[in-house]
Design a protein around this ligand. Sequence first.
Ligand code: SF4
Length: 214
Amino acid sequence: MMVNQPFTSKRAPIFKDVPDEKWNDWRWQLSNRINTPEEFERVIPLTNSERKALAAAHLFRVDITPYFISLINPDDPNDPIRKQVVPSEIEMTPFTAMMEDSLAEDRHSPVPGLVHRYPDRALMLVTTQCASYCRYCTRSRIVGDPAATFSRDEFEMQIEYLKSTPQVRDVLLSGGDPLVLAPKILEEILIRLRELNNNATALYKITKRLRLQI
Ligand code: SF4
């Protein structure tokens, strides 16, 4: 028989006095993200390689929520979660196969922020922001850059494109992380996508599955 275990949200010692209502509030987590070497050192001792990368100005953005950094074992320089979010100097070394857009998404974007590579599905990039930034991100050319947000006009262009492309039955919301959007904005996007499905003609009536891919 399966026994339900109470979920304990892991916290690094530095966060032990944060009241639960703050700790469990995603807005508090976003506003208290770790990004400077000094803040990191208060949670995990940095390696020289990490220190060097954090001091570099040109690297992909660094931000880690207090919860996410609490999952890292501070005594293990090879902790897999640490590798996921803490930059190291390896990131500063160019390599032969490096590509800015390794999945050729820009080439498959008929309108800004919409990737249409396979006939029946499309990817809508609804934000360029994430709660924590992964070092392996294949979209680092735009993700994390506050100047690279998608405009209202571009969103309307995406919707128009989907309207005129009825073979698309699967729309994945991505970015960035769509779950950092205010619930009101996310709901509006979902409403507009549902309308597309409701307005489809009998010939093209399809089930649009709304999926979040982050
Ligand atoms: S878009 Fe996805 S992979 Fe890239 S940084 Fe954000 S969460 Fe990580």
